[in-house]
Design a protein around this ligand. Structure first.
Ligand SMILES: O=C(O)CCC(=O)C(=O)O
Ligand SMILES: [Fe+2]
Length: 348
């Protein structure tokens, strides 16, 4: 599709949501037998303190055990002690909030196209019968440097570029720290996962805007999926919840924990851990009252790097479950739109 055609047909969900009583058919989620929108139980996700994990006190071992239990049971955890102040995280959320509050004409300057998938828009359309998410996004590669396309980055708010680059650096360091503790939590050498992850990480920031939906029982902010990253760091909306995680075939609400970053294990850590840690299936539900804005940072190894299950985690009792893969994050996209788990393709 040409750039001009894409921009003439693009209608932000933010605009659709105004004065709309019934969502257009393409946004109606029909792939599930269970009702959306009923109030599910709250998931008890442990809060993990990175400072404590990195200390040499006896509490570090307890924290490590808590991390292992948390990732094993739900594939995610709430991270505190990550070194970022709450005011800094608020500023990162705010640049997203300020962007989505701009007039449409201004946002369209960052519109993604068929040739450049970075920027403002919604689901890439692969087929006519694909159900669309009730959300608009701003999707930007922030690392490695040679893949950044600043022409897709908003000029407004003015602080956007500096803040997102600062956040990228901090999250990059945090990813390294978390990969080390994840390795330790499986009794591996601290550098085990990090050596595979390598340098020049592939990092993607996704600012998600979920407008109120006229029919939260029929629409989803994000369809069920597992993240294709190694790890995803999510700054939740402080006021409005909506994220749900599937555990034991049941959906659970993910609560907001002040100042915590929600860390989701992605498929690539699942692969490196030979399936001991699993990337959780999650989705986002909508509500009819309030908009919701979140910031997801997807962290993956550079696309040229191959990853595979750590040797130490393969045994007669636990055979190797996944192939050696590279460029996994990009591979996942089409599968997601059709509800096909990408991890299946990586299995032996
Ligand atoms: O907005 C959220 O709460 C989660 C978004 C998400 O799962 C994603 O962007 O992959
Ligand atoms: Fe996700």
């Amino acid at each position: 599709m040409s750039e001009t055609l894409e921009s003439t047909v693009f209608k932000p969900v933010q605009e659709l949501a105004v004065d709309c009583n019934t969502p257009p058919e393409r946004y109606i989620y029909t792939c599930s037998n269970e009702a959306i929108g009923v109030n599910p139980p709250v998931l008890d996700i442990p809060v993990i303190d990175l400072n404590s994990l990195q200390s040499s006190s006896p509490s570090a071992d307890r924290e490590l055990e808590k991390l292992r239990a948390s990732v094993t049971s739900c594939g995610c955890f709430q991270l505190i002690g990550h070194g970022m102040t709450s005011s800094f995280l608020d500023q990162v959320s705010s640049i997203g909030r300020d962007f989505f509050a701009l007039p449409v004409k201004e946002k369209l300057k960052c519109l993604r196209t068929a040739e450049n998938t970075q920027g403002y828009g919604h689901d890439t359309k692969f087929s006519e019968n694909q159900v669309l998410d009730w959300t608009d996004r701003l999707y930007l590669i922030t690392s490695p440097e040679d893949q950044i396309k600043f022409q897709s980055w908003p000029e407004c708010p003015e602080s956007f570029r500096k803040l997102l680059q600062e956040y990228t650096e901090k999250i990059n360091l945090l990813t390294e720290a978390v990969l080390k503790v994840l390795s330790r939590s499986l009794n591996l050498k601290e550098s085990c996962f990090l050596d595979q992850y390598g340098e020049n990480a592939y990092m993607v920031a996704r600012f998600n805007y979920y407008p109120p939906s006229p029919r939260p029982d029929l629409t989803l902010g994000v369809k069920p999926h597992a993240d294709g990253s190694a790890m995803t760091f999510l700054i939740q909306d402080k006021q409005v919840e909506g994220l749900q995680v599937l555990k034991d075939d049941q959906w659970f609400n993910v609560p907001n924990v002040p100042d915590a970053l929600l860390v989701n294990i992605g498929d690539q850590v699942e692969i490196m851990s030979n399936g001991i840690y699993k990337s959780p299936v999650h989705r986002v539900v909508t509500n009819s009252e309030r908009e919701r804005i979140t910031v997801a940072m997807f962290c993956s190894p550079n696309s040229s790097r191959y990853i595979e299950p750590a040797e130490e985690l393969i045994s007669k009792r636990r055979p190797r479950l996944y192939k050696k893969v590279n460029n996994y994050f990009d591979m996942c996209f089409e599968g997601y739109q059709h509800g096909k788990p990408a991890i299946e393709a990586a299995k032996m």
